[in-house]
Design a protein around this ligand. Sequence first.
Ligand code: ZN
Ligand code: ZN
Length: 413
Amino acid sequence: MKKTLFVLCSVFVFLFVTAFTANANQTGDVDGNGIIQAADARLVLRQAVGLADLQEDEKLAADVDANDSIQAADARQILRVSVGLDQFTGDFTISFIDVGQADSIFIACDDETMLIDGGNVADGPAVCSFLYSQGVETLDYVVCTHAHEDHVGGLTDVLESFTVTDAVFAPSLTNDTLCYRNFTAACRAQNQTPVAPRVGSAFELGESTVTVLGPALQNNTDLNNSSIVLLIQYGDTSFLLTGDAEAEAEKAVTQLGADLSATLFKAGHHGSYTSNSYDLLQEVMPEFAVISCGVNNEYGHPHEEVLSRFGAIGITVYRTDLQGTVSAVSNGKTLSFTTVKNELPSVPSPDPDIPSEPEPEPEPASEYIGNINSHIFHVPTCSSLPAEKNRIYFTSRATAVQNGYTPCSRCKP
Ligand SMILES: [Zn+2]
Ligand SMILES: [Zn+2]
């Protein structure tokens, strides 16, 4: 009789699976026998109708959608997994694609997708490959945070390879460069016009909500400060992406009066000390930061000051230059991270917006290397040496200190 009742229950819940979009996580094995099966769903249903009491750890495994309530929806999800219709993987994934000294961020939420920036022109093919590897066929939204090449460059290839079904967003401040003109031409070719989203507006991406918080600076003519700023909320987790917004634009965002607290913060402007201000950080107080920058980039990103600001707040930092593509999956409560290092070295691209630097000379024999901007000095083997043009060499530690330079917290000279 019990068995018949269960089968009926199973069929009943099975019929109502279509609209279910859980923030599923690594749970479901309620009885802890290593297999997710109908028996687990049965336990959940018995608990839900008051026929069984679960232990604390069983309750945790049973609350599949992590909404603090054990109900038929959890059993339904378990049944879907047990028959291979679903997987307990988070429905929200954000990937910071390794595009060297540039930005490209891909978000997939409940079958809806958004690409924010596409790296440099030369990164276009790699960004497209990444999207293909994720099973992307069309993109719901494409965002160009601002008109610098390291953000808009690769979007042309993307727009030539993927149809955008909803909207292309870009700030109203444009740039008269070849790569920007190519971007708008690629938009036109698929009947899209880049739209400047209204600050304060919001739209849905699957079950997540994307709120536009920038550009918030009035009468601005600086491209970095024109960056589109997005706060994305998925369950209890949230993500703040500020493009290359500098401190003054960050301040304008804090003055909007919005709740800026976020689980993850994409470090502003590749980890530059001109962004990532305490003004903003104390509003965001993220648990995690992701810095998108290139190995040994000529700007010395991420700057030591930023790493120490992050360190002071206790932020766990992920870096594309050190770890490759960084992905975070949200189950609506917590984030789990994976990193994948590129097998191929990324090709540095000539940037028409920025005068190109001569190839750096091989390092001269010198005991200590200072950064003329940050006044921090390093040993020659440090992983965060400044660009050649920003270097000053000292023959001894004492000379560096006498000149007002402070030791790097990474290499501890
Ligand atoms: Zn940039
Ligand atoms: Zn920029």
